[in-house]
Design a binder for this molecule. Structure first.
Ligand SMILES: [Fe+2]
Length: 146
């Protein structure tokens, strides 16, 4: 259960990192500098968690999926093959980011059930990171008040 859910997290994380980098490269509009920089921070953080997730799967004596085909099968978020408008990119990432929080919370709970404290601790860190990004994306999406 725990290893299987970590496989889903690994796949979803990879798909999200690729999507965020795609948006980082291709977004256009007057907010380009801010969005471009924000997305750099975002995909770097998300991609930075991949190796630890993969190695926890091996620690649990399961094999780590490592192919694009498996990631597409296992991911809980949709790949994006188009280039949406900048605001739609942010809306999509907000929803995907919320999905990541859901997955991470579930794994935190699974890890606690079997006393895997290291994994639980790592999931707590990821929840923190995605919680902060959720706040930032929500703030980007708010209509200007001035
Ligand atoms: Fe870049």
């Amino acid at each position: 259960m725990l290893a299987e859910n970590l496989k889903v997290l690994l796949a979803t994380t990879n798909v999200l990192a690729i999507k965020a980098q795609n948006f980082h490269w291709n977004l256009e509009g007057s907010n380009f500098p801010q969005y471009h920089a924000f997305l750099d921070t975002y995909y770097t953080d998300v991609y930075g968690s991949v190796d630890r997730v993969a190695e926890y799967i091996r620690t649990l004596d399961a094999y780590t999926p490592g192919s694009l085909t498996r990631y597409a099968e296992l991911s809980q978020i949709q790949d994006q093959i188009k280039i949406p408008r900048a605001r739609l990119m942010m809306e999509e990432l907000y929803i995907d980011n919320a999905k990541m929080i859901e997955i991470v919370k579930q794994i935190f709970s699974n890890a606690n059930d079997v006393n895997e404290q290291g994994i639980a601790n790592f999931m707590a860190e990821r929840q923190d990171a995605h919680g902060k990004f959720g706040w930032q994306l929500r703030s980007i999406l708010k209509t200007d008040r001035e």
